[in-house]
Design a protein around this ligand. Structure first.
Ligand SMILES: [Zn+2]
Length: 189
């Protein structure tokens, strides 16, 4: 049941091109425990051994096997009511994160589901697992945030919800990029 949720979301992110072969990570919270994708797992074809269970606050022998973004996922669960986290590298959103400090969807679905999305980490050297506290704080007010030149972190009560935020933001970013390429800018309402 849990595995099939991870597989559905991971496969969809991969086939949509929102993660590359070994990038991105997914997790859910179960009380004081976290189930997170394994370090260097392939989201497009997850199997049972790719799901690593460890503590949110405590390390154990499984901790070194977890995704390199474990510190960010843990901080999010400590600071927000989220029960699921999706991290992806959607190309249009990443492109806009290199030029904007905030992404503001122009399409109705984007405005409704994701709203204004802050771009975090400008002028900071960000390594994997970095910015954990800044990302967690921002996710108290947003369902999804962008890390400058890197990717998205989305939250939800279910993986499916965080996945929906991720694909919706990417679609909004695609529309913004198309408008920019047509040089029409954002139409005024
Ligand atoms: Zn990443």
């Amino acid at each position: 049941m849990i595995l099939s949720q991870f597989q559905t979301v991971g496969h969809d992110l991969f086939t949509k091109g929102l993660v590359s072969s070994h990038s991105g990570n997914l997790s859910i919270r179960l009380g004081g425990r976290i189930i997170i994708t394994r370090r260097t797992s392939r989201l497009g074809c997850l199997e049972e051994h790719d799901l690593i269970e460890t503590g949110i606050n405590k390390n154990d022998r499984n901790t070194p096997l977890a995704s390199i973004e474990l510190a960010v996922h843990r901080a999010i669960y400590r600071e927000t009511p989220a029960l699921a986290v999706v991290h992806a590298h959607p190309p249009h959103a990443v492109a806009l994160s290199l030029t904007e400090t905030e992404i503001v969807p122009t399409d109705t679905e984007g405005q409704t589901i994701v709203g204004r999305v802050p771009v975090l980490g400008w002028h900071m050297k960000v390594e994997s697992g970095g910015l954990a506290d800044i990302i967690a704080q921002a996710l108290k007010k947003h369902r999804i945030v962008m890390v400058h030149g890197h990717g998205t972190f989305a939250i939800g009560q279910l993986l499916e919800e965080a996945h929906n935020c991720t694909t919706t933001l990417e679609e909004s970013c695609q529309v913004i990029c198309l408008l920019k390429s047509l040089q029409v800018g954002v139409p005024k309402k």
